[in-house]
Write a protein that binds this ligand. Structure first.
Ligand SMILES: C[S@@+](CC[C@H](N)C(=O)[O-])C[C@H]1O[C@@H](n2cnc3c(N)ncnc32)[C@H](O)[C@@H]1O
Length: 160
């Protein structure tokens, strides 16, 4: 069967097959993430390097902002800046993840539909990019924007 034909057949099954009914963001989070373990690691690493507790996290390529949700739930004064280019995935995260937080925790997540290369964020303790890599930016070293964005978004104490 040609690839095109296969695609059309799959599209017809959409909504009726188990795969067609699945929500890809749910599957992604279950297959790829374990935000509790990720944030344990981030917290412990920051504490061991800086000798203090981190408070403000910038989550680049945040997708559904699942990691930021875990961060703001850890401590009442934790804040997260969650950045992603894709409006749809951010909306999904608002509906399925952020909406499950209490109002106080939800208010400590700043969701930004923006490019990590150019976004303007105040200094943070940690810049996190889970399951995605800055290496995709082939002209990373030549990109003054990336350096500028990270420089403005960091302080001398920030860990990337
Ligand atoms: C693999 S997914 C998210 C991974 C998620 N951080 C995790 O922990 O599993 C990568 C995300 O990066 C976003 N993305 C790609 N390039 C970007 C850019 N330049 N600025 C902001 N977001 C970007 C995509 O929209 C996508 O939602």
């Amino acid at each position: 069967m040609s690839r095109n034909k296969k695609y059309q057949t799959n599209q017809r099954g959409k909504g009726t097959t188990l795969a067609g009914q699945a929500d890809r963001h749910v599957l992604y989070e279950k297959a790829v993430q374990c935000v509790e373990a990720e944030i344990d690691m981030v917290d412990e690493t920051f504490q061991s390097i800086r000798g203090r507790t981190a408070r403000i996290l910038r989550e680049d390529f945040c997708g559904t902002a699942n990691t930021s949700c875990e961060w703001v739930q850890r401590r009442d004064n934790n804040q997260a800046y969650a950045v992603d280019l894709d409006k749809k995935v951010l909306r999904w995260g608002e509906k399925h993840n952020i909406s499950k937080l209490n109002d106080d925790a939800a208010g400590r997540i700043h969701l930004l539909n923006d490019d990590v290369l150019t976004v303007d964020i105040p200094p943070v303790d940690i810049v996190l990019a889970m399951n995605f890599s800055y290496q995709i930016f082939r002209r990373w070293k030549k990109s003054p924007n990336m350096m500028t964005s990270l420089t403005f978004g960091t302080s001398l104490d920030t860990i990337l």
